[in-house]
Design a binder for this molecule. Structure first.
Ligand code: SAM
Ligand code: SF4
Ligand code: SF4
Length: 339
């Protein structure tokens, strides 16, 4: 397949693809899958509805031929998709993928890290919202303790799934008082903790602007205890602002998706576990690639469809929201497209 690099209406290339491999999760983080909605009787997608590994790989190859260089597997919780290492091994054989990663809550990481590495995964990002056990137990909605996630992180590091990033979603009044402890705990670990402003993704979490602790506030809290200085971005389109500690030991990232949106450099796209293609985290509608594949479309036709969607893209939800233009209509949920 010819390799080209397509751009959207604002000349943004397509570079990062996030693929959700399941809509299921063993956690019930209230900001993502509140337990009162996702109870015992909640019906998740069945096996026939979600993409098979072959379908995912077919799409990945086409996206790579259009410019994608980085693929991140996500969910739901990706590590609960059976035989995920087989998918990773198939993806790792696609020429042109420079970064093959996975975002996980870390619960099954210790037992799976070795197989993931052997299959060809490059690195992992682990979500861990607090280093305080009580706060963490509340934030994962299931009362799970941190120990198991920390063991997962250590195991991932020991098998070489590095550099390891740790994602912390910051919610006012919930875990903001533990931010500095979190930064301190990992300062000398070599892992990069990234603090993320709580986002208004989806419609079910009851997000309010008041719940957001801004990047500036997060930075000030850490800086006042452990002075920081800014670092350059690794590459255009990198979502995190980078800082290193002035004593030269340790780095953090801050993702200011709400207070300082980065839509103008957004080169990221997403496929839900049921095969819909979303060009923005806040999109209401996805393009159904699964049904096209199952109706017998050729690779060339599929490539034209994907290319047509991206070249027509005008998304800039976060920038619009901040000038009062954000849509309030139905949006895709985080657990369906994986962040
Ligand atoms: N289950 C995996 C995990 O938690 O890492 C992967 C899927 S999860 C949806 C991906 C990331 O989205 C996690 O780091 C999670 O904390 C983040 N996330 C979920 N809802 C969010 C929100 N409303 N604002 C900011 N980040 C959010
Ligand atoms: Fe599960 Fe991740 Fe959502 Fe938490 S953020 S409920 S771990 S999908
Ligand atoms: Fe990209 Fe949409 Fe997020 Fe803007 S709001 S950075 S366009 S995903």
């Amino acid at each position: 397949m010819n390799m080209i690099s397509i751009v959207d209406k604002y000349r943004r290339p397509i570079k990062d693809l996030r693929i959700s491999v399941t809509d299921r999760c063993n956690f019930r983080c209230p900001y993502c899958m509140p337990a009162e909605i996702f109870g015992e009787s909640y019906s998740f997608l069945d096996k026939a509805t979600i993409l098979s590994f072959e379908e995912i790989v077919r799409l990945a190859k086409i996206f790579v031929s259009l410019g994608v260089k980085k693929i991140c597997l996500t969910g739901g919780e990706p590590l609960i998709r059976r035989d995920l290492q087989d998918l990773i091994s198939m993806l790792s054989e696609i020429p042109g993928i420079e970064d093959l990663t996975l975002t996980t809550n870390g619960y099954f990481l210790a037992q799976k890290a070795e197989a993931l590495k052997e299959a060809g995964l490059h690195r992992v990002t682990v979500s861990l919202d607090s280093i305080d056990d009580e706060v963490f137990q509340q934030m994962n909605g299931r009362g799970y303790k941190i120990k198991r996630v920390l063991e997962g992180i250590e195991k991932a590091a020991s098998v070489g799934l590095s550099p390891i990033k740790i994602n912390v979603v910051v919610q006012k009044g919930i875990n903001d008082s533990t931010i500095v402890d979190m930064a301190r705990h990992f300062k000398e670990s070599g892992y990069i903790v990234r603090f993320i402003e709580y986002m208004d993704v989806g419609n079910i979490n009851g997000w309010q602007l008041d719940d957001v602790v801004t990047a500036r506030q997060i930075l000030d809290m850490i800086h006042s205890e452990m002075p920081l200085q800014p670092l350059d971005k690794n590459h255009p389109g990198e979502v995190a602002e980078r800082y290193m500690y002035k004593d030269g030991i340790g780095e953090i990232g801050i993702i200011a998706s709400v207070s300082k949106p980065f839509c103008r450099d957004c080169s990221r796209t997403r496929i839900s576990s049921d095969g819909k293609f979303y060009t923005c985290l806040y999109a209401g509608l996805g393009h159904n690639l699964r049904d096209l594949m199952r109706s017998g479309i050729s690779d060339d036709e599929l490539r034209n469809v994907i290319s047509g969607v991206w070249t027509g893209r005008v998304d800039r939800y976060s920038e619009d929201r901040n000038v009062g233009l954000g849509s309030t209509s139905k949006k895709i949920e985080m657990y369906q497209i994986g962040g």
